[in-house]
Design a protein around this ligand. Structure first.
Ligand code: ADP
Ligand code: TRP
Length: 326
């Protein structure tokens, strides 16, 4: 199977990104053709600091590799190095309907009441994402729940294009895990964990040290019921049990039973240890990689060369199909 996923380089990566997108891809790496993209052209759709963007590109590459992506097996590449992405996005903008893009929940959320003053790029962003996916004959796209609608748009555009111009694109499907695809904010558990949240207390960053992890988990919002139980309606607690399960590989209900009588504080203390034990080797590896940016850059360049060959070949077929090739 051909699999592709991507993350935007913004200066924070949190455990939602890790469990929603990175670890599911790492698990699929062995048996499939995997591509891991650094979605840097998506990151410029909102105001950004060029120096911070530059650093974040390396940070994402470091996170991919430290989490188990093997660059000799998987194509790790940078979106902006391959002009076919933006070129196909232009072509697909002529296939997509205004109504379709207007419906995207993420655009509505990110633009809020400022729809007239956000960038046009923020609005057309899902179309660039569709070209990321369609250029590589991607069958499966592992993402967190919030990206499902964007992958569905990529499906619709592929089907419409194929119907109009011939069978050029593979129709992709989102792969959304049952657990970990929608980790919640630690401070407002009714919302998703997000790097654009106003408070850093709401997420656990991949590079948070032990003290910070401890502070954030101990102050995570839960409820005042005495027993520990695994129930959807107890959103804060449910989220903590989910994180406990993801970082230990144990079943969430089994963890809830074990801590049933011990109370929230004891559960949170054990969770801190579990999260730290899980992140510690990833953090050590990430720091090691980030200390050697030349090597990281080389890996990204090599992967991007491979990706470019695949993408250019696909774009050639598309241009022929729409009639512009002489
Ligand atoms: P954010 O929403 O924090 O800005 P991105 O939009 O860059 O994160 O998301 C990168 C990847 O991480 C996507 O696949 C997205 O679905 C996934 N993801 C983001 N937030 C979460 C979350 N809270 N739980 C699970 N997956 C998430
Ligand atoms: N839009 C995705 C996000 O914000 C990142 C992304 C860009 C992506 N292109 C992609 C994810 C292609 C999967 C496939 O998280």
């Amino acid at each position: 199977m051909r699999i592709l996923t991507g993350i935007q380089p913004t200066n924070v990566l949190h455990i939602g990104n890790l469990f929603g997108a990175i670890t599911p891809a790492v698990e699929l790496q062995k048996e499939n053709d995997l591509s891991m993209m650094i979605a840097d052209y998506h990151a410029i759709t909102v105001a950004h600091d060029p120096k911070a963007l530059h650093e974040s590109i390396l940070l994402i590459a470091g996170a991919y590799l430290a989490s188990g992506i093997n660059p000799t097996k998987t194509v790790l590449f940078q979106q902006s190095q391959i002009s076919a992405h933006t070129e196909l996005a232009w072509i697909l903008q002529s296939v997509a309907y205004m109504g379709e893009t207007k419906r995207m929940t993420q655009f509505k959320e990110k633009s809020g009441d400022k729809q007239d003053s956000v960038s046009v790029g923020l609005f057309t962003y899902p179309i660039l994402m569709a070209s990321d996916i369609l250029l590589y004959d991607t069958q499966i796209v592992p993402v967190g729940h919030d990206q499902k609608q964007h992958v569905e748009l990529a499906r619709d555009l592929a089907q419409r294009f194929n119907k109009t111009y011939g069978n050029i694109f593979v129709v992709p499907e989102p792969a959304i895990r049952k657990q970990g695809a929608r980790l919640k904010s630690l401070t407002e558990p009714e919302k998703k964990m997000s790097k654009s949240a106003p408070s850093a207390k709401s997420y656990i960053s991949l590079l948070d040290d032990k003290d910070i992890i401890y502070k954030k988990i101990m102050s995570a919002v839960t409820d005042s019921e005495r027993l520990i139980t695994l129930e959807d309606r107890r959103e804060g607690l449910f989220n903590l049990l989910t994180i406990f399960s993801l970082t230990t590989g144990r079943q969430a209900d089994e963890i809830a039973n074990e801590y049933a009588e011990q109370g929230m504080k004891v559960l949170k203390e054990s969770l801190c240890e579990a999260v730290f034990a899980y992140l510690d080797p990833i953090q050590t590896k990430m720091r090691e990689l980030l200390n050697n940016p030349a090597e990281l850059k080389q890996i990204i360049q090599n992967g991007s060369q491979t990706a470019k060959m695949q993408a250019d070949a696909k774009l050639k077929q598309v241009k022929k199909a729409i009639g512009v090739t002489l």
